[in-house]
Design a protein around this ligand. Structure first.
Ligand SMILES: [Zn+2]
Length: 312
């Protein structure tokens, strides 16, 4: 979705969705002008009316779409078999959400090639399909080694953050230790098994348990005295959208909240301050340690398919 007024942290970040848009709409664009403050794209067919112009605003560092004429005076009849906007990165982003196919198997380069052909009428080489697959995999899973490595460091961080916690990681071929679990734990809150794909295989069995009859809320403060109370950043961003009637402001706050590094967080916050001082003060007053990924003292972990509770 491209619209007038849209923000992007950089020219590169803007070119991606516009490239995807061009693939979907079956046309190609070329850069007419690109410098530190302006990005001007036009349809590849000479004299066609389609154009997009984005500029960096004086008060910020982001690019904003200033004019977007999404109408072609050209005939759009040509089928582009080798689409110039179809880079491995863009294709990778397109296929990333569908890496796992209906039959449970992972996409292969030839599936990506077939997909591009049916969805966009674009022909890509095997090598590009292969690169796109690897880019999509890195977006979704990281590598198997990296993710397995995280398991033991996750245990370590748990023990560090919550004194008294004991973690033990054992791998066996006999399946999860149900009897051991029943003997040690009471009042199970959530149990979930995730089938691990790839080279190592197996099932990771995750269970969260609580002692005694207390409620979750009072239980948490006793069992996890170092637990913190955080704000759901989706709801927070929705509140900002309503309160200040500015979607762009909420979008930038959302980017700041989800930033993994202090640097990116500061960059987005600087932009937010430039755009709307009131919203900036509001989110600061709410306490970045409650909504920002970099400032939250909690472990930054989310489960893929276990429902997690929020405490307000
Ligand atoms: Zn055109």
């Amino acid at each position: 979705m491209i619209y007038k007024g849209q923000f992007s942290p950089s020219k590169k970040d803007l070119k991606r969705p516009v490239g995807l848009f061009a693939m979907r709409e079956n046309f190609q664009w070329k850069v007419k002008r690109s410098n530190k403050t302006t990005l001007h794209l036009v349809c590849i067919i000479d004299n066609c009316s389609w154009k997009l112009r984005a500029v960096k605003r004086d008060e910020g560092t982001y690019f904003q779409v200033r004019s977007f004429i999404n109408e072609h005076s050209c005939h759009l009849e040509e089928i582009y078999h080798h689409h110039r906007q179809a880079s491995a990165v863009i294709i990778g982003e397109v296929v990333a959400p569908r890496l796992q196919q209906h039959d449970g198997c992972l996409m292969r380069p030839k599936d990506i090639i077939a997909d591009m052909k049916t969805m966009y009428g674009i022909q890509i080489m095997y090598s590009k399909g292969y690169q796109a697959l690897h880019y999509a995999l890195s977006l979704t899973y990281k590598t198997h080694e990296e993710t397995f490595q995280l398991l033991s460091s996750f245990g370590y961080v748990l023990e560090e953050q919550y004194p008294g916690t004991i973690t033990d990681l054992q791998c066996s071929d006999d399946g999860p230790s149900i009897r051991g679990f029943q003997r040690c734990m009471r009042h199970v809150i959530a149990v979930d098994g995730a089938h691990l794909k790839g080279r190592f295989g197996g099932i990771m069995f995750v269970a969260t348990a609580q002692y005694g009859n207390e409620s979750i809320e009072s239980g948490i403060s006793k069992v996890f005295p170092y637990a913190t109370h955080t704000i759901c950043c989706w709801h927070f961003s929705e509140n900002i959208k309503k309160r200040f009637q500015r979607k762009d402001v909420a979008d930038i706050m959302d980017k700041a909240a989800r930033s993994y590094s202090e640097l990116a967080y500061n960059r987005h916050m600087e932009e937010l301050r430039n755009l709307h001082k009131g919203a900036f003060d509001y989110v600061i007053a709410a306490g970045p340690h409650k909504w920002s990924r970099v400032h939250c003292p909690q472990i930054h972990t989310a489960t893929a398919n276990v429902d997690t509770g929020r405490i307000h």
